[in-house]
Ligand binder design. Structure first.
Ligand code: BGC
Length: 762
């Protein structure tokens, strides 16, 4: 289809600001006459920046921060809205508010204007009237612009709105715009305008404060609200106050010991909104173009007698919840809730590392680590499809994949092991979970180029991140407790690099087979074999141990199948020894955390896996839960009773990476998985592995062919199971080793069965 934008020019305001000084948000308008009522009217609109459109005073669509974030040097998405009902015969006006957003706002650390010096707009409204005429209203030099009540709007800094500056009826035809200025033609960016395919960001839900407290003037002053949940979004305030009263809205994830907001970890993302009241009636305001990561908010500036009501507006990409997990352990249920909230908070247009500080980038490593869990909780197919395009746009001509996508601000060519590998792991995971071969086909060429890059520039004798060719070697086992540079026992970067390289080759062989590329499959299978040999030569000792004894080294080597079969038991025992030495505590960082429980289970140490999962003392998954976390912390030691807060320069309370354990709870505690050869749960593997203190568990999932689920209860020696298989699928039961079962394959329907524990051998 031809682009609807052929006759459109890009426009902008004359105002631009500088790398650290933002300017007020411009409003744009254009009036036009129609001689008959509309039969059909469509608004196609996009921006380098973020927009909200109105026709005759009516807000168009419900997207937030549209058109979304892409590599603006290459492409931008556009939206098409049916606006027939907003158009009338006679005079009409199309109005647009255009803010900096990701394009020219503060984005990563303390600078703005990463892509351009001011936002720009392209829109075309096509109206077919009942008399058969077709009218096209496109952005051009006839539009007018002026600033209005939004004095500042920035994703990191916040929004300031002065309602006394509102221009009543600005997007309606009766408005007198003779004082408004001409727009400026913006350079045509010469990039692709693509119909937006990603789930848009929306206002997904609302939170009411669970507590509020008047703050003493020498503390924050004003009123402190606690929403009981850390989330991404903003406040909506309802206020009745004197004209000119300015409210200040501040946000934080946690509180300082003295009860004030802990804002230090926001770094330069001040996250402060201001609202100046019109006065008179009760007025309602919510910022338009910013979002914050917070649980607590402080609202100040009103008088004692003013009435104030606040609501938390939860924003994220509209990726519906499709999965649920729960069990008999209340803290694990809270952990699952925290994982889901971490996902909600960070699946906002792209998979971000965190929603609160001055970063919020599409870190590839974080997304890769969490992808499997994400696919269980929500339908993230469209979200990842769009982000894989961002990765392709970020990929360098030599095939390297940077650590963030869209590629901005970070300036590292190759994201390194476990980061750049997202380019293979994420599409494969989406394929597994939804049976989507399209994502593999679209991305295949890019993956191949990436594999060539690794072979040609990052490996020596199949050792990736070999210090001779790759002195940096990537981020290592990021934030592991033994990852400090001089700590003895840090997982070597070439071990991590080679392990992930082997896993890439293995996945590439599988992907090539799915796509019917047999020759490629053979090539990658052979490569995989050579990498495994190289890994074993360099990192596995003659008696089956690894040269590095870290939990992460063993977790990845076991999980990726890099230890010779005959030595797996020895390696598993070595992993257990380290865990025992730490009194059943974790030491893994981003790299090892997703796999450690799998590695234990697959070497016969399910009991140890449960000990780690149920551990409540530091460092463990449940330590933050015990200490009031409502999302997943960036670091195991984000806060400890002994040391208080970690270094404020990197201490987010809403990073999802360690929430990667969620996939293990679905797959192994509850026992719900897909067979890789019939992906998308066309063949469901029911594989419950009860353990620890858990007496019952359930997981359910709206898989592509319908709802599947498992529920089990363990009583004495009996395991009661309920298995749900949707139409078009089949289920296979893999009973726990000590519960022999005759029932193996199940057709569509709900199946209830009772398994009896086998008698212990005499
Ligand atoms: C981010 C991480 C990211 C890392 C790269 C951090 O600043 O928050 O989550 O993966 O940098 O090492």
């Amino acid at each position: 289809m031809d682009s609807p934008f052929l006759s459109t020019q890009w426009i902008s305001s004359p105002l631009r600001g500088a790398p650290r000084t933002p300017v007020p948000v411009p409003y744009f308008r254009k009036s036009f006459e129609l001689h008959a009522p509309a039969r059909q009217a469509t608004l196609h609109i996009t921006a380098l920046g973020v927009y909200e459109a109105e026709i005759n005073g009516q807000r168009i669509g419900d997207h937030v921060l549209a058109p979304g974030w892409t590599d603006y040097g290459k492409r931008v998405a556009y939206q098409s809205y049916d606006v027939t009902s907003a158009i009338k015969a006679g005079a009409n006006t199309l109005g647009v508010i255009l803010a900096d957003g990701w394009f020219s706002g503060f984005l990563a650390w303390d600078a703005r204007q990463h892509y351009g010096d001011r936002p720009q707009l392209a829109a075309v409204l096509t109206v077919q009237t009942l008399d058969g005429a077709v009218t096209e209203i496109a952005t051009d030099l006839t539009w007018k612009t002026e600033t209005g009540p939004i004095l500042l709007s920035d994703m990191l800094r916040g929004e300031s709105y002065d309602a006394t500056l509102e221009q009543e009826g600005w997007s309606g035809p009766e408005f007198d715009d003779s004082a408004w200025r001409p727009v400026r033609l913006a350079p045509d960016p010469a990039i692709s305008l693509v119909r937006s395919a990603a789930p848009p960001v929306r206002r997904i839900s609302e939170l009411t404060p669970v507590a509020s407290r008047k703050m003493e003037p020498w503390l924050d002053g004003g009123v402190r609200f606690d929403f009981g949940q850390n989330f991404s979004g903003r406040l909506r305030v309802k206020i009745r106050a004197k004209r000119g009263t300015t409210l200040t809205l501040r946000h934080s994830e946690v509180l300082n010991p003295d009860g004030t907001l802990y804002e230090e970890n926001l770094r330069t993302a001040t996250a402060v909104d201001h609202y100046t009241c019109r006065g008179g009636e009760t007025e309602t305001w919510e910022p338009r173009f910013t979002f914050h990561g917070f649980r607590y908010a402080n609202v100040s500036g009103m008088a004692e007698s003013d009435s104030l009501e606040v609501t938390g507006i939860v924003l994220h990409s509209d990726t519906p919840l499709i999965g649920s997990f729960s069990c008999s352990h209340p803290l694990l249920n809270k952990l699952q809730s925290n994982i889901v909230w971490g996902q909600k908070s960070n699946f906002l247009e792209i998979p971000t590392d965190c929603p609160q500080r001055d970063e919020r980038l599409g870190w590839t490593g974080d997304a890769q680590v969490f992808a499997r869990t994400a696919c269980f909780n929500m339908d993230v197919r469209g979200f990842f499809r769009k982000w894989m395009q961002d990765i392709r746009d970020a990929q360098k001509p030599n095939g390297a994949v940077p650590p963030v996508a869209p590629d901005v601000a970070v300036n590292i060519e190759d994201g390194g092991p476990a980061w750049a590998d997202a380019t293979i792991i994420c599409p494969w995971t989406v394929y597994l979970c939804y049976g989507d071969t399209g994502i593999l086909a679209d991305h295949y060429e890019s993956m191949e180029r990436y594999m060539d890059f690794l072979a040609n520039h990052r490996c020596k004798d199949h050792i990736r991140s070999h210090p001779d060719v790759d002195p940096w070697g990537g981020f290592g086992d990021w934030l592991s407790l033994d990852s400090a540079p001089k700590v003895e026992g840090t997982t070597p970067k070439d071990l991590i690099g080679t392990a992930f390289y082997a896993n890439n080759a293995d996945l590439m062989a599988k992907i090539a087979l799915v796509l019917g590329r047999r020759q490629d499959a053979g090539k990658y299978t052979a490569l995989h074999g050579r990498i495994v040999q190289a890994f074993q030569r360099r990192f596995v000792t003659a008696d089956g141990l690894l040269t590095s004894g870290t939990q992460t080294a063993y977790a990845i080597a076991l999980h990726f199948g890099l230890i010779p079969e005959a030595h797996r038991a020895t390696a598993g025992a070595a992993l257990v020894r380290d865990i025992e030495k730490r009194e059943f505590h974790l030491a893994t960082g981003f790299v090892g955390t997703p796999y450690i429980l799998d590695a234990l289970e697959s070497t016969g140490h399910l009991d140890i896996a449960y000990k780690l999962l149920e551990q409540e003392t530091f460092p463990s998954w449940l330590f933050p839960v015990k200490n009031g976390a409502t999302t997943i912390w960036e670091r195991w030691d984000g806060w400890t009773p002994e040391k208080g807060f970690q270094d404020k320069s990197m201490n987010s309370f809403n990073h999802y990476a360690y929430g990667a354990v969620g996939a293990w709870m679905y797959r192994t505690v509850a026992g719900l998985d897909t067979d890789p050869i019939a992906p998308g749960y066309r063949r469901i593997i029911f594989r419950p592995r009860p353990g620890g203190s858990i007496s019952h568990a359930q997981a359910s999932l709206d898989a592509p062919c319908g709802r599947t689920g498992i529920r089990w209860t363990l009583e004495d020696r009996a395991l009661a199971l309920e298995l749900t298989v949707p139409k078009g699928a089949e289920g296979i039961l893999s009973a726990p080793p000590d519960f022999p079962s005759e029932h193996k394959t199940f057709g569509p329907g709900v199946h209830r069965l009772l398994l009896q524990k086998a008698d212990a051998p005499a």
